[in-house]
Design a protein around this ligand. Structure first.
Ligand code: SAM
Length: 328
């Protein structure tokens, strides 16, 4: 009965392992953030139990994120646990890269497949202004990870009008020089209680694409492993890949079967709403049957949420959580 009405599929789970971060990106987290108490945070075994249970509904791909996942002690142990689940084919991590040079080897050995690294500016001063961190630490992390054979490495750059939108061509050159994929992302209206997102902050990425094409010629539609929501293109001469993630100018909600797990064990159905389903209690104390019942409920709620979102305006968001406590 359910199958006829709902897809009952989870394609992708983003797992936020902490709300703590070693950077302070001005648009991502408030100064006075209250952190989730340690005992509320899911343990690695609990996360692995959930992932295993979700494979029954098609889960093959997970991404570990945060906050900053590399600040959680022995994060490679989670990678290792997830690697033991045969149905999971792809384990990625999104990191700010600040301490990646120290962690990359352990992560590789534990079975991490892929890395996304966030860099919003290639100018050290502006990078510091945005993040309060050192760009050179991130560059070192990229070099070490390349040497270890992580491939592809994707660089996520959130483009903010009037701040870093003049760096698009620099990012493309950087991608060619370092052999990494660049993904431009439109700024989303999250954390509404913290920064007031304005439409003016968004530079539609179609304009960035045009700018790149003026220099490099037509971009050819392409594909990238685990490209998810990104529309990916290639500069044929350099075999350089560039992705555009356009939640504002060209949303991609249709048929979304992606879920997010927050550090304290809530399933977030969609980035654009605050709808969350607590799952920690059943993960800690429930039987496998209880957990499966919960997953069925989540799948139904996800479909309903998708239908609601399709009807809402393009910049609609009532999400008051900031990205650092959701898991980007
Ligand atoms: N600490 C890790 C990192 O920096 O990649 C993982 C978590 S961070 C929240 C993940 C990504 O979310 C970063 O690339 C960040 O720039 C992005 N992000 C945060 N707030 C955002 C917003 N309002 N719109 C779009 N992207 C956002």
């Amino acid at each position: 009965m359910f199958k006829e009405v709902f897809k009952m599929e989870i394609s992708y789970l983003r797992i936020s392992v902490t709300d703590k971060c070693n950077l302070k990106c001005f648009y991502c987290r408030p100064d006075n953030m209250e952190f989730i108490p340690h005992e509320e945070i899911l343990r690695y075994e609990e996360i692995a139990r959930l992932v295993k249970a979700m494979t029954k509904y098609g889960l093959k791909k997970v991404r570990i994120t945060g906050g900053e996942p590399l600040v959680r002690p022995q994060i490679e142990n989670l990678v290792y646990l997830l690697r033991q689940i045969p149905e999971i084919q792809d384990i990625g991590m999104t990191t700010n890269g600040i301490t990646l040079a120290h962690h990359a080897e352990k992560l590789k050995k534990a079975g991490l497949n892929r890395l996304n690294i966030s860099i919003d500016s290639l100018k050290p001063e502006l990078f510091y202004q945005i993040t309060k961190g050192r760009l050179e630490d991130v560059l070192e992390g990229i070099k070490v990870s390349k040497k270890l054979g992580f491939d592809p490495i994707k660089i996520n750059a959130v483009i903010i009008k009037g701040l870093n939108d003049n760096e698009a061509l620099d990012f493309v050159e950087f991608g060619i020089e370092y052999g990494v994929e660049i993904r431009f992302i439109e700024m989303m209206p999250l954390g509404q209680g913290y920064i007031k997102w304005e439409k003016d902050m968004v530079r539609p990425l179609e304009e960035i694409k045009t700018k790149i094409e003026e220099k490099y010629g037509s971009l050819i539609p392409s594909f990238s492993v685990g490209s998810g929501a990104a529309r990916v293109y290639e500069i044929p001469k350099y075999k350089a890949k560039i992705g555009f993630i356009t939640p504002i100018s060209n949303p991609f909600c249709d048929g979304c079967s992606k879920l997010r797990l927050t550090p304290e064990g809530k399933i977030k159905l969609c980035l654009r709403t605050d709808e969350e389903i607590p799952i920690k209690e059943v993960l800690r104390n429930g039987t496998d049957e209880d957990l499966d019942k919960m997953l069925k409920k989540i799948l139904i709620e996800k479909e309903i949420s998708n239908l609601k979102i399709q009807k809402s305006s393009y910049a609609f968001s009532d999400c008051v959580r900031v990205m650092t406590s959701i898991g980007g």
